[in-house]
Design a protein around this ligand. Sequence first.
Ligand SMILES: Cc1cc2nc3c(=O)[nH]c(=O)nc-3n(C[C@H](O)[C@H](O)[C@H](O)COP(=O)(O)O)c2cc1C
Length: 202
Amino acid sequence: MFYEPKKGHPFKIDPYKALIFPRPIGWISSVSKNGVANVAPYSYFNAIADEPPQVMFCSNGESSYGGYKDSLTNILSTKEFVVNFATKNTRDAMNISSSNYKPNEDEFVFAKLKKRKSKLVKPPSVNDSPVNLECKLLKTLKLKTNTKKLSTMVIGEVVGIYINNKFIQNGRIDSVSMRYISRMGYSEYSTVSSKFNLKRPE
Ligand SMILES: Cc1cc2nc3c(=O)[nH]c(=O)nc-3n(C[C@H](O)[C@H](O)[C@H](O)COP(=O)(O)O)c2cc1C
């Protein structure tokens, strides 16, 4: 089958997100200008460059309290954020942190997540994340939207990287044992449990 998204689709539920998977989840922590911590998952997220390392995530739609979602509001005012990674063990906390909490409510508390002080930025790191990427805002980019909803890409430079030593084996990262979870379509998730090597041609 073939369809043009702008003309609709023949499914009960839009399958678009089920076609692009697995999407890594950037579990973004930030802090408001008044010092309230925030953490929320974003699966429109990825690494986009490595010299220097840069990441992006996209905030789509509005906060239920109007205006930008809290992560974007916070990052626009404080210019800093941390990318944390949800794992099989923290999946319920990640899910709780995606609820519509008020801007002055700290999702770390509701999701019962332990904070760890970040080294170079103000937003706290999620203690149970195997990796934390401390980021400084580089730029934002407004995306095309069909609705009046706000859609913004946030690009940050990774200025500090924390790795739990448990996941370093013989000088390399033991990715599979981290059990990161990633987003598929609908309410489906996946986790990496195997890997294979493929050397690039000379
Ligand atoms: C796994 C997962 C991935 C999500 N990815 C996105 C995303 O990429 N962009 C987005 O705007 N919202 C996404 N959401 C919804 C936000 O997490 C949700 O709107 C949240 O309340 C935003 O929190 P904030 O206002 O504290 O930033 C996702 C939710 C889940 C559970």
